[in-house]
Design a protein around this ligand. Structure first.
Ligand SMILES: *Cc1c(COP(=O)(O)O)cnc(C)c1O
Length: 372
């Protein structure tokens, strides 16, 4: 079986170094808010090119804390609106709801699956305070028109970089393309911890200071509390392991590009829609880090069954659109036909930095022989 993503193999590559990092934390006897966290925060801010990085417990919290911090500054208040893509992973939308704000869903482009700048403006109301572009599947959104809209209407841009660690736009890393960004380091992401982990990046020092306190009971100073904060810290162990894994992020993303390039060059099937980048030079395009390789087909379910029977494991990102989720009855009456089409047709083929040539070659052969 060609596994969709072999996380065991991915982490085994750095076993020695990860064990050393583990031992250093173990021997330090200091497990929360120490040197390993400070070091990783500095390294990741440096990597993204931002002033600050604040380690937090997970990607969902990263987004929630950004929004809570904007409420603390007075820029946002309960009931204000945030524009989010209608086809994102549920966490982007949940973050808005959990912060007491209202998610306003906006359709993506059917070719890139990313927020369509042309559709955003119609969603802007007097209550809109932010746009939350999600660099879904590892591909950076077209930020120039989004930044222009944000300027025009005085909105914040909050990037969801959970799937796009390392991706670039006009020479800048994601996480550095808006006002603040949330990252997840869930084990399956391109930069994954060995448990839950996340981070916020920003240039806004006021915001950074609020989030630093918020993640630690709203405390900036021991036993003094400025805000009604939460416990959402990134522990020393995960921070130390992330510092090890950050070193191979660029090489891992390049390996993903090689596989994506191979798929794009070699998958040739009239019933399978490849990612929109068909004509371009994938290897040299750093705006995509191929968190997942998503294709589209009207025969999605039989295609998935066929692949499984032929030794290829796949995953669907995602089968149910957020506005049809039981948790979001408030959105059930709305219609998002592009999202609905995407959710009924997408399927992700195996891609990872540990995949071997014989494996991705076999994936192409099997895909091309699908009799639709
Ligand atoms: C994974 C993910 C998140 C949430 O990250 P967690 O660390 O699992 O909380 C948020 N947004 C997107 C787009 C994601 O893929």
């Amino acid at each position: 079986m060609i596994e969709f993503l072999n996380i065991k193999q991915i982490t085994q590559r750095n076993k020695q170094e990860l064990m050393q990092a583990f031992e250093a934390v173990l021997d330090s006897g200091w497990f929360i808010m120490g040197n390993a966290l400070r070091t990783f925060e500095q390294e990741f801010a440096g990597y993204c090119g931002t002033q600050s990085c604040i380690g937090v417990a997970n990607g969902l919290d990263a987004l929630i804390l950004i929004l809570e911090a904007y409420k603390e500054t007075g820029f946002m208040k309960p009931g204000d609106e945030v524009i989010v893509p209608s086809n994102t992973y549920i966490a982007s939308i949940l973050a808005v709801s959990k912060a007491g704000l209202t998610p306003v869903l906006c359709e993506p482009d059917i070719h890139t699956y990313l927020l369509d700048p042309a559709l955003i403006e119609k969603k802007i109301s007097k209550k809109t305070k932010a746009i939350l572009p999600v660099h879904l599947y590892g591909q950076v959104c077209d930020m120039d028109p989004i930044v222009a809209l944000a300027k025009k209407y005085n909105l914040k841009i909050i990037e969801d970089c959970a799937q796009s660690q390392g991706a670039m736009y006009h020479g800048k890393r994601c996480g550095n393309l808006g006002d603040a960004a949330g990252f997840s380091f869930y084990p399956g992401k391109n930069l994954g911890a060995l448990g839950d982990a996340g981070a916020v990046t920003t240039h806004d020092e006021t915001l950074a200071e609020i989030i630093k306190a918020w993640r630690n009971y709203g405390s900036h100073k021991k036993y003094e509390n400025l805000y009604l904060g939460v416990n959402s810290r990134l522990d020393e162990l995960q921070a130390a392991l992330l510092s090890v894994k950050l070193k191979s992020l660029d090489a891992d993303n390049q390996k993903r590009r090689e596989i994506a390039q191979y798929y794009i060059n070699n998958i040739n099937h009239p019933g399978i829609v490849l990612p929109a980048s068909k004509e371009r030079d994938v290897l040299n395009d750093h705006s995509h880090v191929w968190h997942v390789f998503v294709v589209r087909t009207e025969k999605r379910d039989s295609f998935q069954q066929y692949l499984l029977e032929n030794g290829v494991q796949t995953v669907i990102h995602y089968p149910i659109p957020p506005h049809h989720q039981k948790a979001y009855t408030s959105l059930h009456s709305q219609q998002f036909p592009i999202s609905e089409k995407i959710h009924s047709q997408v399927i992700s083929l195996p891609i990872s930095p540990v995949m071997q040539a014989n494996e991705y070659e076999k994936v192409c052969q099997v895909v091309n022989l699908f009799s639709s």
